[in-house]
Design a protein. Structure first.
Ligand code: GTP
Ligand code: MG
Length: 237
């Protein structure tokens, strides 16, 4: 990171500021407040999206035989990861830069049992008239070369605060239980840097094969459900 990129003291995330300027405690407090306030807004956006998903799931549970959503997880990106990503992308290090350049400070992960539920949930969320769809990456139709599958959306959701309404970005990842199991394992292995190359290649090939098996199993499970006809709109009386 070049120091020239730092615009002003109170725009620097607190963690960074503490490292850079431990001798200016008052400035640290100002920066901390601003950063904390920004994080509160992202946390609020997570709450909005989670609530929308929970409401959809409750309604679909009543109108169908089963819940399309198995679980919902969310996380706020850690200050160190925010800082690291800004540096990696060559962005300025300040609060506005976080809002402009990072789409994944607020992250929500939705786990579904069946692949078709992923598309159903995504569609129902996006068609709500206060949601703006910024970007879609369909890694289910177009898996990554390593085998990663998941449906990603960047959404903007308005959040009402005391004096204003603000659109805030949230990254939503929707995947099946099986895809989630694979992604968690692959994520753990990715950080094992001390493997010899031949071993890393062997594991990558094995993971890719597992991802393809999982995708095939997801398809077969969906086909079984369709054969059984155990899901679908309940007949309206
Ligand atoms: P990032 O800079 O990593 O956020 O990538 P991006 O901005 O190009 O977005 P992308 O939609 O490709 O990935 C966003 C997030 O999806 C990542 O932060 C991970 O949580 C997840 N993800 C993407 N690719 C992989 C992968 O190959 N393996 C695993 N385990 N997770 C992945
Ligand atoms: Mg990310």
């Amino acid at each position: 990171m070049s120091e020239a990129k730092i615009a002003s003291v109170n725009e620097i995330p607190s963690d960074l500021l503490k490292q850079l300027m431990p001798s200016h405690p008052e400035d640290v407090l100002i920066a901390f407040d601003d950063f904390e306030y920004l994080m509160m807004r992202y946390e609020s956006a997570i709450l909005e999206v989670r609530t929308k998903l929970e409401i959809l799931n409750s309604e679909l549970t009543l109108t169908q035989d089963d819940s399309p959503i198995s679980s919902i997880h969310s996380r706020l990106k850690k200050p160190a990861s925010i800082y690291e990503k800004l540096v990696r992308q060559g962005n300025d290090i300040n609060l506005r830069s976080i809002e402009e350049n990072l789409n994944d400070v607020a992250g929500v992960r939705v786990i579904c049992a069946f692949v078709d539920d992923i598309y159903k949930v995504a569609k129902m969320l996006v068609q709500q008239d206060d949601i703006t769809l910024i970007e879609v990456k369909d890694y289910i139709k177009n898996p990554k070369p390593n085998g990663y599958r998941s449906y990603h959306m960047i959404l903007e959701v308005p959040v009402f605060f005391t004096h204003e309404k603000q659109p805030i970005r949230v990254e939503v990842q929707i995947r099946t239980v099986a895809m989630d199991f694979w992604a968690s394992l692959e994520h753990q292995i990715r950080y094992k840097k001390d493997l010899p190359q031949y071993k890393a290649d062997e594991i990558a090939a094995e993971l890719k094969a597992c991802a393809d098996t999982i995708a095939d199993t997801d398809r077969r499970m969906l086909a079984i459900r369709e054969k059984l006809g155990t899901r679908g709109d309940k007949e309206k009386k």
